[in-house]
Design a protein around this ligand. Structure first.
Ligand SMILES: Cc1cc2nc3c(=O)[nH]c(=O)nc-3n(C[C@H](O)[C@H](O)[C@H](O)COP(=O)(O)OP(=O)(O)OC[C@H]3O[C@@H](n4cnc5c(N)ncnc54)[C@H](O)[C@@H]3O)c2cc1C
Ligand SMILES: NC(=O)c1ccc[n+]([C@@H]2O[C@H](COP(=O)([O-])OP(=O)(O)OC[C@H]3O[C@@H](n4cnc5c(N)ncnc54)[C@H](O)[C@@H]3O)[C@@H](O)[C@H]2O)c1
Length: 457
């Protein structure tokens, strides 16, 4: 026999968006239940953005110290993984304990339930024998889990995912990283800077394959300069683990067979949406669809909203929080913007960083847009040259509409330079207006001015 409890709203999964939405909904006076089977806040604070960016920050400090030679004299650098591990454990994650987050949620008035939740009918979620019957409805924010490719032998080995690598107290002497997406590229470079011997294996012809080829080329050079062995266009034949070492049999793009051996194997080959065990079929949705379809108010069905990675609109914390605010307005009947996806910004925190927004050149052409492209190497800008920085700004213009539909900025502050470009793409600012702006000298973002000039070619 299950118990029924009447509430206004159930938030199933408390990733960054769900936590925000549950908190704000409770503050607005709704009776809210928040359900999570793991840690309140989701992947980002405990196993994702925050700890990975602490690693990146520390690794970049090492790299910057090494740049003293040739710019300002000499510097001795002695990497100590223990320092960054202690920061992640003590400052970022409270030793992977969400007590503070739970208390914050409950102080806002949310009833927190730890456990695995499932939809059993429209507006009804069951957790451990209790059914929460929600008058307004249910918000899904169940996020993703690390996926592993179907490689022979892999499943039988103690490979790492992001959830292990960001908890480790010991720096591995060597590591093979499978996947040259954002997770793989960021962590491969950072660990190499700490002194781990890293091989990065990517099946696509280039790292950061969804980004502009110019961006991938800069990042590939940076990874190689940091000592990362890059194997792109790779096919992994098998993985084995014996005597404390992994052996990864790989065929590279030229068909050459390689055997990579390392103390650790990090699999960063994509994510699986947590959709198959949440009762989607009970509300008429397909659990195998790969994403939950939502309208521009984040509605996914009868008394149902979905936000975050499971919507397939960009697996980023800022998108989860953006969508949370939109869903919350719909639930509470407040006025405000609906979802717009033509200018989704994203930053890969390699050094140099890759910031991008909107469409790449290829995506714009595939969408049938008459495209003009402007490219400016960062090293040709005054600040790029002074800093000895490598990078690029690339602009994608819709010739008919005369505004930018996409942009990429790669450089030491590529993610920050992006803000100007994100505003331009989001607000569809005419290129002629951008050309009329003065650009402060000598900044990295002056490369935007040069790329605007290049658009004329
Ligand atoms: C290593 C790494 C680095 C990243 N770096 C960045 C970055 O720099 N910038 C950025 O924007 N994004 C980054 N991301 C992505 C970011 O972490 C996610 O986009 C973000 O967490 C948003 O996810 P979400 O809101 O969909 O839910 P998630 O964070 O995935 O949380 C979902 C929650 O739902 C819970 N849950 C799932 N199913 C159930 C169920 N049936 N019952 C109860 N609870 C359930 C889970 O326990 C989890 O707590 C990174 C990710 C990783 C892995
Ligand atoms: N800075 C950020 O915003 C940031 C950082 C990390 C993660 N994230 C988010 O998390 C998501 C997941 O990141 P991710 O890097 O795991 O996934 P991803 O999908 O971005 O990249 C996975 C990579 O693994 C490769 N791959 C897949 N199977 C392979 C195989 N068998 N052998 C070799 N390579 C293989 C793919 O070609 C791809 O390039 C990203 O899509 C992103 O949205 C964001």
């Amino acid at each position: 026999m299950s118990t029924d409890i009447d509430v206004d709203l159930v938030v199933l999964g408390l990733g960054p968006g769900g936590e925000l939405l549950a908190t704000e909904a409770a503050r607005s006076g709704l009776r809210v239940v928040g359900v999570d089977e793991r840690l309140v806040g989701g992947e980002c604070p405990y196993f994702g953005c925050v700890p990975s960016k602490m690693v990146v920050r520390a690794a970049n400090a090492l790299a910057e110290a090494r740049r003293v030679t040739g710019l300002a004299g000499g510097a001795e650098v002695s990497p100590d993984w223990g320092v960054v591990h202690a920061r992640i454990r003590d400052e970022a994650t409270d030793d992977w304990d969400d007590g503070v987050a739970v208390e914050r949620l409950e102080r806002a008035g949310v009833r927190f339930v730890r456990g695995h939740g499932r939809l059993v009918a429209p507006g009804v979620v069951e957790v451990g024998g209790t059914r929460y019957v929600a008058a307004r409805g249910v918000v899904l924010n169940t996020g993703t889990s690390p996926d592993a490719p179907p490689v022979a032998g892999l499943a039988d080995t103690p490979f790492w995912t992001n959830r292990d690598v960001l908890r480790t107290a010991e720096l591995p002497a060597s590591m093979v990283v499978v996947g040259g997406g954002a997770i793989g590229a960021e962590l491969a470079q950072a660990f190499a800077r700490f002194g781990t011997r890293v091989s990065l294996v990517e099946s696509a012809p280039r790292v950061l394959a969804p980004e502009e080829p110019e961006a991938s080329a800069v990042v590939a050079r940076a990874l190689s300069a940091d000592g990362v062995q890059l194997v792109t266009g790779a096919t992994i034949g098998s993985v084995a683990h014996a005597d404390g070492r992994f052996t990864v049999a790989v065929t590279d793009a030229e068909g050459t067979a390689l055997e990579l051996s390392a103390e650790r194997l990090l699999v960063a080959a994509g994510r699986r949406p947590n959709l198959t065990d949440i009762g989607l079929e009970a509300v008429g949705l397909d659990p195998d669809a790969g994403a939950v379809d939502t309208d521009l108010r984040m509605r996914a069905g009868e008394r149902l909203w979905a936000i975050g990675d499971i919507t397939g609109k960009g697996a980023y914390t800022h998108m989860s929080m953006y969508q949370a605010r939109i869903a919350l307005r719909d639930i509470t009947g407040a006025e405000g913007h609906r979802a717009e996806y033509h200018a989704v910004p994203r930053v890969t925190f390699t050094d140099p960083e890759v910031g991008s927004v909107g469409l790449t050149e290829e995506q714009a052409r595939d969408a049938g847009i008459d495209v003009a492209v402007g490219v400016a190497p960062l090293e040709e800008s005054a600040r790029g040259w002074i800093a000895r920085a490598e990078g690029v700004v690339k602009l994608v213009k819709d010739r008919d509409a005369r505004y930018l539909v996409g942009a990429t900025s790669v450089g030491p502050a590529g993610g920050e330079v992006l803000s100007l470009l994100a505003a331009a793409v989001h607000a569809r600012i005419p290129v002629s207006t951008l050309r009329g702006m003065p650009f402060a000298y000598p900044t990295f973002h002056r490369a935007v001015e040069a790329a605007l000039e290049d658009l004329r070619q």
